[in-house]
Design a protein around this ligand. Structure first.
Ligand SMILES: Nc1ncnc2c1ncn2[C@@H]1O[C@H](COP(=O)(O)OP(=O)(O)O)[C@@H](O)[C@H]1O
Ligand SMILES: [Mg+2]
Length: 428
């Protein structure tokens, strides 16, 4: 929130919102607007706006400013889309939160686990938004839920190709458009779709549950607050099986299904009767983003990981050379071999979670690698959390060095690099 008191010559418009309505705004690439709450009470996906504070909305944001009382919002600049809607499912989402609150209080009284909730539905129905909303409401009510993001395509916790676990201690920022990340645990998956390695994907989801339980043991507030699981939009065939696996591993108390009747019916058939399957309407404001947008968005998320938010110049990554001898590169998943060639007792699926050494050569240029926290191969490198991510920007086979883009300065704190499919071209 920069000091924006100086003369602003951009167009200005005040929007008066009646009770239970929302102002939906979209800003395209390279555009930005400032928003300000002049009167009343308003929130953006569960984060309250402070009165008179100017917030800059940029980075292709698509947001809704909701009021449950009434408010006046000033907009400076020209949003690409701006309209008010009174047709919003926010009261239904809020009631869902109140039901979860009740379960949290009961958990606290009885020293049991708070509600474990999984949010599902096709792409672009508002799953991430609902997870954010419920997390924000929970912290605003004094809880600290754990957000688990198993959407490897559009993770809200780390870069694409990863699965994350994040204890939420504060509401998400409005300008930053995300939660603060300290305390997060991130796991390398390496692909932006569960289909690329289903067995490994399921293994990591199970791992996040172990870590969730650990965290609950350490911190009763997390235990009573429960968890909110954000999932991929792949809901058919093997995608559905991944969702089932997650629901079963976590023994979720509720599955919130956005906008998909068949998915509700499938869950009702396949999950225990004790699991509540709740169908929720999608918001009319949810924006369908398309494949190309999602691809660009993934790239932007990686750029922001290294450089910070566009225009904010908040991060200064480092570029340095690392000798081949100081790192070992692996990928996870061996090429498939016929069953007849496997050792006795092994199945073809076992290979999917196998650590496979990768030769360092020019093919690794522009690839994202994660730096495993493991310090030796005796540790389970495959399901060890990540210390961070690097981008390999050059490979010099003569000098036997790689050049990496890194959020932290040299030297690397660990030596095992896990190769991902995710590419990033560092244009600066
Ligand atoms: N009520 C709303 N008004 C305006 N934009 C919204 C609203 N709800 C969601 N969006 C936007 O719609 C897009 C898709 O929502 P998202 O939660 O990311 O969907 P999903 O996770 O299901 O793919 C996001 O850019 C989000 O900011
Ligand atoms: Mg999402």
């Amino acid at each position: 929130m920069a000091d924006k008191e100086e003369e602003d010559t951009r167009p200005m418009k005040d929007w008066i919102l009646v009770q239970n309505s929302e102002l939906r705004l979209e800003v395209q690439n390279d555009n930005s607007v400032d928003i300000q709450l002049l009167f009343g009470v308003a929130e953006i996906f569960g984060t309250e706006m402070a009165k008179n504070m100017r917030y800059t909305i940029s980075n292709q944001a698509k947001i809704a400013i909701f009021t449950d009382i009434s408010c006046t919002i000033r907009i400076l600049g020209s949003p690409d889309i701006a309209y008010v809607s009174t047709d919003t499912p926010m009261h239904i989402y809020r009631n869902t939160h109140f039901a979860l609150e009740h379960l949290r209080r009961t958990a606290q009284q009885n020293d049991t686990f708070g509600p474990k909730v999984m949010v599902c539905g096709p792409t672009d129905v508002g799953k991430s938004t609902l997870c954010r909303l419920l997390s924000n409401y929970a912290v605003r009510s004094g809880h600290q839920p754990i957000l688990v993001d198993i959407d490897v395509g559009q993770s809200d916790i780390s870069i694409p190709g990863s699965i994350g676990v994040l204890p939420i201690e504060r509401p998400a920022g409005i300008e930053e458009n995300e939660f603060l990340k300290p305390g997060s645990l991130v796991y390398h998956y390496g692909h932006n779709n569960p289909a690329s390695n289903l067995k490994f994907y399921d293994t990591l989801v199970s791992k996040t549950f172990e870590m969730y339980q650990e965290r609950c043991k350490e911190n009763p507030t997390n235990k009573y607050s429960g968890c909110i699981i954000n999932t991929c939009g792949w809901i058919d065939g093997s995608g559905y099986k991944c969702l089932l696996h997650c629901a079963k591993v976590y023994e979720v108390d509720a599955v919130l299904v956005l906008d998909h009747e068949r998915l509700c019916i499938d869950f009702q058939r396949d999950l225990p009767k004790t699991t509540s399957i709740i169908r929720l309407p999608k918001s009319g404001g949810t924006v369908v983003r398309g494949r190309e947008f999602r691809k660009n968005h993934r790239n932007n998320v990686v750029r922001e990981y290294f450089y910070g938010k566009k225009g904010s110049l908040s991060l200064f990554p480092f570029s340095f050379e690392v000798p081949f001898s100081e790192v070992s590169v692996y990928k996870i998943g061996a090429p498939e071999v016929p069953e007849s060639c496997l050792p006795i007792g092994a199945t073809a699926e076992d290979g999917n979670t196998q650590l496979v050494p990768v030769e360092i050569n020019k093919d690794l240029v522009n690839r994202i690698v994660s730096l495993s926290m493991a310090t030796s191969l005796e540790e389970n490198v495959v399901s060890c959390s990540s210390a961070g991510f690097l981008c390999i920007t050059a490979v010099n086979t003569d000098a036997e060095t790689i050049t990496v883009l890194s959020p932290a300065p040299s030297p690397l704190p660990r030596k095992f690099l896990l190769l991902s499919d995710i590419e990033f071209v560092d244009f600066k």
